[in-house]
Design a protein around this ligand. Structure first.
Ligand SMILES: Cc1cc2nc3c(=O)[nH]c(=O)nc-3n(C[C@H](O)[C@H](O)[C@H](O)COP(=O)(O)OP(=O)(O)OC[C@H]3O[C@@H](n4cnc5c(N)ncnc54)[C@H](O)[C@@H]3O)c2cc1C
Length: 399
């Protein structure tokens, strides 16, 4: 152990640099709190870099015929994110980019799919519009423009983020307040945190409050009740992909049958990222079965595309959330607390702003007041890089 130890007093130590930790850091810093974020891997390394980037406006939660609590919580998020992206909010995300202004929703010709869309459109009044014939064929995503297409296309008020650019915008703006630690951060019984990094003198933090936004890593707190819900995501790439598509396909249930977002890999190739029902149900399938299921689903939904030359890869990932009695998706963000330690889950990337607001309220209730903090002791301390997108990982097998 190094002989030199420095003590740094901060208002809030934030453990974990996914979207929840970064948004919280930005909010607290803009309110004048001395907040410091610590990440042991890369920014976004857990769930965030694997997110499809959709800023849900509630449509997905309204498909079963009633406006749920989830739908109400998320309704304001697209407008808030757009304000941040335009630099019209204290959380300034002007460096971040959108991949698409809107996510679409399409029905197949099946009556049950049309019916679900009818109910969703009534409930989502103003946030979900039918793409009218009068707007011309160009309003329909290229992939769905085919004489054999029998469904209806809706435009949702749901922008799609380029997630890495969001992480980079935060990293750049709050660089002085983001530190890398070697190995997962743990909290000592006396409430201090020791920051380690090879070649640097240890740094001891004494936070007034510690917030774990560590995703699945929140389980490191003995009192935390967390649930993990797995997804088996699919990636598709190849010149035959019919252009970028950002859309949910509606089936019979309250979960989209398929959710497609589109991305470009480091080599500039278009990649379709497939989630929704395919990924939820896919946890029962191994890699080969999941690829077969994806091919079947795409051939059924977009039969005018030749899927044979398209390459596929899959991976599984856990969604980390506060434990629910029925094991289902929580209605919104969750915060739990043991004395001056908080564990937090946004539930959705889109809900990180709501989570940060809730945590700031907890800080106020604990009488933690913003204090100017001098972070110069960390000048030169290593900063975490941005995580690698799934489609750029070199451990994925494509076939
Ligand atoms: C496949 C998939 C698709 C999704 N798509 C969407 C979507 O389109 N829209 C949407 O709104 N939501 C989406 N979500 C949900 C969303 O991604 C998550 O709700 C959100 O990213 C969770 O963010 P987080 O910051 O809480 O956790 P994470 O992103 O998991 O971040 C936790 C961070 O903490 C770090 N960490 C862990 N333990 C420690 C420790 N002890 N010390 C230091 N650091 C630690 C990790 O390295 C990681 O960087 C999706 C989720 C998945 C899995």
């Amino acid at each position: 152990m190094s002989a030199i130890q420095r003590i740094l007093n901060v208002d809030a130590a934030i453990v974990g640099g996914g979207i929840a930790g970064l948004w919280l850091l930005a909010r607290l810093r803009e309110r004048g709190y001395g907040a410091l974020l610590i990440e042991s891997e890369r920014l976004g390394a857990g769930q965030t870099i694997c997110a499809q980037g959709i800023v849900h406006g509630g449509a997905k939660y309204s498909l079963h015929g009633q406006v749920s609590r989830s739908a109400e919580a998320v309704a304001g998020m697209p407008a808030l994110w757009r304000r941040c992206l335009r630099g019209e909010d204290p959380i300034d995300l002007r460096g971040a980019r959108l991949l698409a202004e809107h996510q679409h929703l399409w029905t197949t010709g099946a009556p049950i799919s049309r019916l679900a869309a009818f109910f969703a459109s009534k409930l989502m009044h103003g946030r979900m519009d039918k793409v009218a014939d009068a707007e011309g064929a160009h309003a329909v995503p290229v992939a769905l423009r085919h004489p054999a297409f029998r469904g209806t296309v809706y435009r949702l008020d749901e922008p799609v983020l380029e997630v890495a650019s969001v992480l980079a915008a935060f990293a750049e703006r709050y660089r002085d307040a983001i530190a890398r630690s070697q190995g997962p951060v743990t909290l000592k019984a006396d409430g201090t945190i020791t920051l380690h990094c090879a070649g640097y003198p240890q740094q001891v933090l004494r936070p007034a409050v510690t917030v774990f936004t560590a995703g699945a890593g929140n389980i490191g707190l003995p009192w935390v009740a967390q649930q993990l819900r797995p997804l088996h995501m699919v990636l598709a790439r190849g010149v035959n992909l019919p252009g970028p598509l950002y859309a949910h396909c509606l089936g019979a249930s309250d979960l989209p049958r398929l959710t497609v977002t589109s991305h470009y890999d480091a080599g500039g190739r278009l990649v379709w990222y497939l989630g929704g029902g395919l990924a939820e149900e896919g946890i029962k399938r191994d890699r080969h079965e999941q690829i077969r299921a994806a091919r079947r689903e795409l051939s059924a939904l977009l039969p005018w595309v030749d899927w044979n030359p398209v390459e596929f890869a899959t991976f599984t990932i856990q969604r980390a959330e506060a434990q629910q009695p029925d094991g289902g998706r929580p209605a919104g963000p969750s915060v739990s607390r043991d004395r001056r330690v908080i564990a937090a889950w946004p539930t959705k990337l889109a809900l990180a702003p709501l989570l940060a607001e809730q945590i700031e309220e907890v800080l106020r209730s604990l009488d933690v007041r913003p204090r100017p903090t001098d972070l110069r002791a960390l000048t030169g301390w290593p900063r975490p890089e941005i995580a690698v997108y799934p489609w750029d990982r070199d451990d994925l097998e494509w076939s």
